[in-house]
Write a protein that binds this ligand. Structure first.
Ligand code: CDP
Length: 234
């Protein structure tokens, strides 16, 4: 799936815009896995908006652009040579799916995500994913900023310990070394940065369905969301 620029939400060019399910939440809350599976179940498109922040961060690290160089980062985000091939995410044609999951790339992503011009450029890219029959999008501001007219908004969370343990397991499974106490600390720092930033801070949309997955299995979370979607759509 490749993102092409498209105008904002709601009615576009006189035609009804495709429906959107927005799934937002803090780091390692399971949004990615859940959103991907909801999209699969419904046969809809899927957008991992965090991956775009991560790819921009990776490109900046590789190009030696400082993480506080707003002009350089904005230009990079506007010209980002990113594309999607099924589940694969490519930067300049190279599969970077595993590289962008590294801890330092996540941390850099949350730093550049505080820059307005970067968010604007990636927002254009993100709205381009809204296509029929529908889109499931996960991130921090999908329901609050990028798709404010989303048909269903979910705020997925879990306790910080639970999220650190899940992220630790995920990194180990991918063959990366990971240390639980340092992960926990990094997660708390990222939560604080994402929640307290001035632009598009992490928060639950007022009308969002809040799901705390601390004591739930992936299947239970999935069922809760799909049930709510079906209830609203008859
Ligand atoms: O997987 P994880 O939840 O750790 O992070 P991610 O969703 O891949 O996003 C990485 C970083 O990008 C986050 O810490 C946010 O700072 C930023 N981000 C954002 O600002 N807005 C989004 N819609 C998605 C991600």
């Amino acid at each position: 799936m490749t993102g092409s620029a498209a105008a904002g939400a709601g009615i576009r060019n006189g035609a009804a815009a495709a429906p959107v399910i927005a799934i937002d939440g803090p780091t390692a809350s399971g949004k990615g896995e859940i959103a991907r599976r909801v999209a699969q179940l419904l046969g809809w498109h899927y957008l991992d908006s965090g991956a775009l922040y991560r790819v921009t961060a990776l490109a900046a690290l590789r190009a030696g652009i400082a993480l506080d160089d707003e002009g350089g980062l904005a230009a990079l985000a506007r010209e980002l040579p990113v594309s999607f091939a099924g589940e694969r995410i490519l930067l300049g044609g190279q599969d970077v799916g595993d590289h962008i999951r590294r801890q330092e790339v996540g941390s850099a992503a949350s730093q550049i995500a505080t820059i307005g011009a970067v968010r604007e450029a990636l927002g254009v890219l993100q709205r381009g994913f809204r296509r029929w029959p529908g889109l499931v999008a996960d991130g921090r501001d999908m329901g609050t900023v990028v798709f404010p007219d989303a048909d269903l908004k979910v705020f997925l969370t879990a306790s910080v310990d639970c999220r650190a343990r899940r992220r630790h397991k995920q990194l180990i499974e991918k063959g990366f070394s990971a240390n639980l106490p340092s992960l926990l600390q990094e997660l708390c720092e990222r939560d604080a940065r994402d929640t307290n930033r001035a632009l598009a801070p992490l928060r639950s949309a007022q009308e969002a369905l809040v799901v705390d997955s601390t004591q739930m299995t992936i299947e239970e979370v999935l069922e809760r969301i799909v049930q709510e979607h079906r209830r609203r759509n008859g």
